[in-house]
Design a protein around this ligand. Structure first.
Ligand SMILES: Cc1ncc(COP(=O)(O)O)c(C=O)c1O
Length: 400
């Protein structure tokens, strides 16, 4: 079942707190990403046949399946947050801080094995933390929920990390990681936050800004975007989009829509709760969109999402599968995109909007028409390779 909620708390010019501003206004984010050998701007593609089919003027897709060789966008956040953490430590010890553009090219910046970085993850963020730890020759211990598929665990282990499987949900893994990290003296690099643990999750959101800057650079000669669709787990990625499109993007009037799985719609439930504060969803989070299977919004992301987004939508897995297939088997001159379950959520939302009569007020609100230009983010490729092949029915598909 798909649901929507318009945002009664939307502000036209949101005022966000000083700590949020300080994190997002760092002028070192793009430079830091340039210090990774793997850094390349990811592709921004236009899918005209898909746009026709959806009755809109343009569909642009930012393809994060190519980010750093990790198949998902999450490395942008983890690499920036670990950098900020390490710089803070070096500064407090009076040790030299390397120039930001060289940071990840100087493996000796911290002595090997000094830190154990730890996080809970549905897969992608954990791999990103493990990748970053490996770059700096540090250890990583990554906690995953019980239903994590073997491909995601192997991908994290391939970065040299230890993986701990928790008997429970993503929220259970977050609690376990925090408790064990505290006992063991490990440094948590979490993309979700809770009261008292806020700096690192803010830096993670700030790291995602590089993606929006690249989109801006790549789309300077294309028509403006009217609607941006952002898939959400704990809402950190949505928080970065809220900041970018409300504070940094000079074109006003962009409508921001969040998409979540039906059983993990914590942003939608929070925005429609009696007081508009974050709530934890009661349902078991069993969507195939593993990266979005989160039951509780991140506290540092929530103010951004609450005042900076326009519309919240939840979609069922069947729309997600249709979207994955449509992107893998393109029509006309559209290019093929390998879009994993969470990656395809944005298109799933558009398919649902076109198919479900109960969502027609949301379609009207978005003014979806042949004049609309829509931006989707393919946030992951085939991160669960076997599942991907089975879901898109791609017998010849080889995971790269
Ligand atoms: C592929 C993918 N897309 C989207 C998200 C959602 O990001 P957030 O949890 O910041 O809302 C995740 C989170 O892990 C993800 O892995």
């Amino acid at each position: 079942m798909c649901r929507y909620s318009l945002n009664p708390y939307r502000e036209t010019a949101p005022q966000w707190s000083d700590p949020l501003r300080a994190a997002f206004e760092g002028d070192d984010i793009l430079d830091l990403h340039h210090s990774l050998d793997e850094y390349r701007a990811t592709p921004l593609v236009s899918l005209p046949a898909l746009a026709d089919e959806l009755g809109v003027g343009q569909v642009l897709v930012k393809d994060e399946a190519h980010r750093f060789g990790l198949k998902a966008f999450k490395g942008l956040g983890a690499s920036y947050a670990v950098y900020r953490f390490v710089v803070g430590e070096l500064t407090s010890r009076g040790d030299p801080v390397p120039p930001v553009r060289d940071f990840y090219r100087q493996p000796g910046v911290v002595e090997a094995g000094r830190y154990t970085f730890c996080t809970a993850t549905d897969g992608n963020h954990g791999r990103a933390v493990a990748f970053t730890a490996r770059k700096l020759r540090q250890r990583a211990v990554i906690f995953v929920p019980g239903n994590t598929v073997p491909a995601r665990i192997k991908a994290i282990e391939s970065e040299g990390a230890r993986v701990v499987t928790v008997d429970g949900s993503y929220d259970d893994a977050v609690a376990e990681a925090a408790a064990i990290a505290q006992k063991s003296g490990w440094q948590i690099i979490s993309d979700t936050s809770w009261p008292g643990y806020e700096d690192i999750p803010r830096w993670i959101m700030a790291g995602y800004l590089t993606m929006f800057r690249e989109i801006h650079e790549a789309s300077l000669d294309t028509p403006r975007v009217d609607i941006v669709v952002i898939q959400a787990g704990v809402g950190a990625f949505a928080g970065a989009a809220a900041w970018y499109y409300n504070m940094l993007h000079s074109v006003s009037g962009v409508k921001l829509m969040a998409v979540e799985p039906t059983h993990a719609d914590c942003l939608l439930q929070s925005i429609s709760s009696a007081d508009g504060n974050p709530v934890t969803v009661a349902a078991e989070q069993d969507s195939i969109m593993a990266g979005l299977n989160c039951g509780t919004p991140s506290v540092v992301a929530w103010p951004l999402v609450k005042h900076g987004f326009d519309l919240f939508l939840s979609v069922s897995d069947d729309y997600c599968v249709r979207a994955m297939r449509r992107l893998y088997y393109p029509e006309g001159d559209d290019v093929r995109l390998v879009s994993g379950e969470s990656g395809a959520a944005g298109l799933a939302a558009l398919l649902a909007l076109r198919a479900e009569p109960s969502l027609s007020p949301a379609v009207a609100f978005l003014d979806l028409s042949p004049d609309s230009s829509v931006l989707l983010i393919n946030t992951e490729g085939d991160t669960g390779a076997a599942g991907f092949g089975a879901l898109v029915d791609a017998s010849g598909h080889e995971s790269g």
